[in-house]
Ligand binder design. Sequence first.
Ligand SMILES: Cc1cc2nc3c(=O)[nH]c(=O)nc-3n(C[C@H](O)[C@H](O)[C@H](O)COP(=O)(O)OP(=O)(O)OC[C@H]3O[C@@H](n4cnc5c(N)ncnc54)[C@H](O)[C@@H]3O)c2cc1C
Length: 637
Amino acid sequence: MELKAKIPDGPIEKKWEKHRFDMKLVNPANKRKYSVIVVGSGLAGASGAASMAELGYNVKCFCYQDSPRRAHSIAAQGGINAAKNYQNDGDSVYRLFYDTVKGGDFRSREANVHRLAELSVNIIDQCVAQGVPFAREYGGLLANRSFGGAQVSRTFYARGQTGQQLLLGAYQALQRQIGLGKVEMYPRHEMLEPILIDGRARGIVVRDMVTGELETHLADAVVLATGGYGNVFFLATYAKGCNGTAAWRSYKKGACFANPCFTQIHPTCIPVHGDYQSKLTLMSESLRNDGRIWVPKRADDKRPPGEIPEEDRDYYLERIYPSFGNLAPRDVSSRAAKRVVDEGRGVGPTGVGVYLDFADAIERLGEDVIAERYGNLFEMYERITDEDPYKVPMRIYPATHYTMGGLWVDYNLESTIPGLFVIGEANFSDHGANRLGASALMQGLADGYFVIPYTIGDYLARTKFEPLAADHPEAVATVAEVEVRIKRLLSINGTRTPTSFHRELGQIMWEYCGMARTREGLQEALGKIPALREEFWENVTVPGAATELNQSLEYAGRVADFLEIGELMCLDALEREESCGAHLREEYQTEDGEALRDDENYAHVAAWEYAGEGKKPIRNVEPLEFEYVELATRSYK
Ligand SMILES: Cc1cc2nc3c(=O)[nH]c(=O)nc-3n(C[C@H](O)[C@H](O)[C@H](O)COP(=O)(O)OP(=O)(O)OC[C@H]3O[C@@H](n4cnc5c(N)ncnc54)[C@H](O)[C@@H]3O)c2cc1C
């Protein structure tokens, strides 16, 4: 398949402006004749649905939670980047663009990233106008803090609840359109298949999660804003419900899946404490503004942290990366933590953890200031660990947090299925092989508020649509497909729960496709995952019926998809014979353990195309060109 990225010509800073002029428009009076389905009500989906409805399109919006307000975006803590340069510390659109391309280890599209940096400033204005209560300086201007991979302070925040406050803003905008009758909201509805008619996305099949009824919804275009698939690892910082089903079902209908192995492992999570744990908790990266990361210098030093004097501590990030210190990017910081733990210098009861210490900051600034900045995060930490981080250092360790991979999209955010657009974390765009902190919220809102409202109009204006009814043979066939799968899941009556399969898959993924990967390990995983999947389809137990509220059934369907997604991730990791960003292949690293890219052979996006059941998917390639940021080895030293 030829991947047409549709990047506009011209200088990078003019591309989006030119493109907006070149795109076709839908006359205001005609907009109400078009309908759009948006799957997802997180920051990307809610902002996209509200903006398209505001323009006049008829929108149907779906989510599996009981309220759009409960989308996973609500969990985002630390902040959102924007190149406002309020700090006067040297920031600019170009610097944000540069930092993001470099931070992504040169595996993202320059044109998309520049657009993102340009739009970052509009997002803040939009959110302030909505009343999002960003933190402010004494003079009234919005405050900023620093996040990893940047030497300027450009992160806007609302204490440790930035995602929640931004989502309330987007939700208000959505709610306004629901009130005006321009958005029909379908909470507790799960999309199980896209409907393609004449090769175009024209609808979806959803299951009403309360009654179990299958419904057909048709429209002129479909937008997926369904978030990331990182829960494939079972233990992750994601909300438990996050899954890859919508993206995966679309992949199997023709949407290419790009760079599936690029998953972000976040360095500051509360360490795993036992075998029965089902969730990991993030401690926001913002804590690294004031917290100092260290381990004892000697592996045999088992003294409590307070008894280890300064000279026996190794502040390893400050030592190895003096320019960025504790704010080295996530991939670099995670690997450094793994290295010291592998050396036997890890802390805590399991030995798999490092300290994040606020003692210096408390002494310098006072407990009140620290409480004001991070109070809710400290409280959360104490509730989970029963340790008071004002008195003893936090213990942290890397955990799965975000997926840079996702459905391939062109510059218009359209997938390889015409009429199927993908926004937010669900697409692969913008972050390359490693996302910088506070850039996911920026991307989701840029896509939803400022990109999709334009590009969807262009698609609608260029396309001729035949009227459709739910009894269209393709729609009927798609419903039948969903029914068969549900029946199959319910009829197996095996002995193992979906959770036990998911946990085992997660262990395989973490061991072989986690922070460090090897050829042998990935080959091993590619043997184990299909065997586990086969066992799943012979031995899973799903109690209850299809026509009722059935959380086991919902979950089993998602686990079945994870068992396929995991395999594609390992295949992608195996075939990318280089290290870049979060993808560390142990065979390709520098002497001091940093990622060693192979730009000659791998400066491209790998976009996987489904080839049919039991067949190896096709690896398509979109070459990446770097005209503005020189391809160089990343250095944070
Ligand atoms: C703990 C934590 C903290 C974070 N902090 C930050 C931060 O400070 N700054 C930052 O930039 N990023 C942060 N991130 C990342 C960021 O929160 C996410 O990447 C972002 O919120 C994703 O938004 P989204 O709209 O793409 O998807 P989501 O918010 O995940 O929303 C997905 C939506 O899709 C719906 N959906 C999914 N599948 C289906 C289906 N099959 N049928 C129907 N509906 C479906 C869901 O119901 C939901 O409404 C954090 C992530 C975590 C886990």
